[in-house]
Design a protein around this ligand. Structure first.
Ligand code: FE
Ligand code: CA
Length: 510
């Protein structure tokens, strides 16, 4: 009788609240959001999971009963956990969004590991899926590295087939360059491929639920489970085109929103403790070494930038763009990056960052039009960074970029608009995982844009990811595409391959 009465009251409450969600009558399994690892060092990496029995629960807490939960974890040298080398327990609770970040230490450099989590004991214990991860090679090691880059996975615009195909490539490392989630509400586009729960994300609960919905996707889970990720955000983890304290759409409560968004960002990704936000501030930029083969400089081009020039009008031009006082990185990060160039002894220096670094005139014809949200809106910053790596004698600078929902390959020039200027670096821009839907091979103005920007060597507007194979002698870049994301099952193909040779910046078509 009590149960029946409770059920009726519950049904009435739901009816009264209108759109609120019915709590699950029978709680589901607790590991619905997969596992992930990130930021590998020589002695360990971050291991992550998040508990949720009802991922879409309104309060963002995944239908977890209130109160702490002890989560057990273990790391093994084999996929069957025959040789467990470390284990421990880590509590989580509502304050942590039922997320778990574990950082084992004392692992061996340069090798594969497997990890999993467990809740409960005995016959009712629940076991997570297994993740594969690895430690970074020891200093001095050259070896080789397969690294994939991703960006822009707008859930409602496409299935995550590209994440699945990336997992099948079994890379050593994945760099996520931003727009891992989108904040938009479910009604913002016509004919979505699938629906996001709720309206535009504004509160901590909204962002937590949005991440939970993304993490429930099996293709996304496969991509996390295959390799450690290095994650940076771009704008949509918080709000469209935010710049420092300024959102694109005026909002007096923006810093509170930013704090909530960044808290959920940290909770939901395998980020190191150093990236735990403090209110609206986060130390996102950081550096990782992969033996002596590669150094990765992960940048934050959102938090410290000045507001976009030219009224942030896409394809525009104005004198403000080239004002050397304007900054994309902020002075502290810029000094840190230039110092990193001077200290680097890596064979390859990779910049993992959000927005297009090379100049691109996007307006066909005599008129010039730039993207003021990219480095083209902060030309002084670009000049200082490129001059900085050149002066430091960085052996092989390669910029990895996201944001623009298309593959691009470009040669970074010491000066643009001067055909004789030397090529001083290489930029590889990865297309979106899902944003933009199926896409097209080319756009109507592609041929003209490429002709007017001779340092830009490749463009493709399908969905996909970038795969690189890095050895001491060369870096091979494969632009991977899937032909559709509006229905399942697309295969992946390499639409173009380029080789960058040691000490020879620039692109050689395979
Ligand atoms: Fe995007
Ligand atoms: Ca033009």
């Amino acid at each position: 009788m009590l149960r029946a009465a409770g059920y009726t009251l519950g049904a009435l409450a739901v009816g009264a609240a209108g759109c609120s969600r019915t709590p699950s009558a029978a709680p589901g399994p607790v590991f619905t959001l997969g596992v992930a690892s990130g930021d590998p060092a020589t002695d360990g990496m971050v291991l992550w999971t998040r508990l949720a029995r009802d991922p879409l629960a309104d309060d963002g807490l995944g239908g977890m009963p209130s109160g702490p939960v002890e989560v057990q974890w273990e790391v093994a040298t084999d996929e069957r956990f025959g040789q467990v080398v470390q284990r421990g327990t880590q509590p989580t609770d509502a304050e942590a969004g039922y997320a778990v970040h574990v950082r084992p230490v004392g692992l061996a450099p340069g090798r594969e590991y497997w990890y999993r989590f467990r809740v409960g004991t005995g016959p009712t214990a629940e076991l997570s899926p297994t993740g594969r991860t690895r430690t970074a090679p020891a200093p001095g090691e050259l070896g080789s590295l397969t690294l994939c880059a991703t960006s822009c996975a707008r859930y409602e615009q496409g299935l995550y087939t590209a994440y699945r195909r990336l997992a099948e490539d079994r890379p050593d490392l994945v760099v996520a360059l931003g727009d891992y989630i989108y904040e938009y509400g479910g009604d913002e586009i016509g004919a979505p491929v699938r629906r996001v729960a709720g309206g535009e994300t504004r509160t901590l609960a909204d962002y937590r639920r949005r991440y939970a919905q993304y993490h429930a996707d099996p293709d996304l889970q496969a991509a996390h489970a295959v390799a450690p990720w290095l994650v940076v955000y771009d704008d949509h983890e918080v709000a469209d085109n935010w710049a420092g304290d300024v959102p694109d759409a005026p909002d007096p409560a923006f810093l509170q929103r930013r704090a909530d968004a960044l808290r959920a960002f940290y909770e939901n990704l395998p980020l190191p403790e150093s990236c735990r936000p403090n209110g609206p501030a986060i130390q996102l930029y950081r550096r990782l070494d992969w033996g002596s083969l590669a150094g990765l400089h992960l940048l934050d081009t959102r938090q410290y930038r000045g507001d976009q020039p030219c009224g942030d009008r896409y394809r525009s031009d104005c004198p403000e763009r080239t004002d050397p006082a304007r900054t994309l990185l902020g002075p502290a990060q810029e000094a840190w990056l230039l110092d990193g160039f001077r200290r680097s002894r890596a064979r390859w220096d990779l910049l993992g960052q959000q927005v297009f670094l090379s100049q691109v005139d996007l307006t066909p014809g005599v008129e010039r039009g730039f993207n003021p949200d990219a480095w083209d809106g902060y030309v002084g910053s670009r000049d200082r960074v490129v001059a900085g790596w050149t002066a430091a004698g960085v052996r092989n600078p390669v910029v990895l970029t996201g944001d623009v929902h298309a593959h691009w390959a470009a040669e970074v020039k010491a000066r643009y608009d001067d055909p004789a200027a030397p090529t001083v670096g290489t930029e590889l821009v990865t297309t979106s995982i899902a944003s933009g839907g199926d896409g097209t091979e080319q756009r109507p103005d592609t041929a003209q844009v490429l002709a007017e920007n001779p340092h830009v060597r490749f463009f493709n507007s399908r969905r996909g990811y970038l795969r690189t194979r890095i050895t001491p002698e060369s870096l091979t870049a494969d632009f991977r595409v899937v032909e559709y994301v509006t229905r399942p099952g697309a295969l992946v193909a390499t639409r173009a391959g380029f080789v960058v040779e040691d000490r020879r910046p620039g692109l050689n078509r395979v």
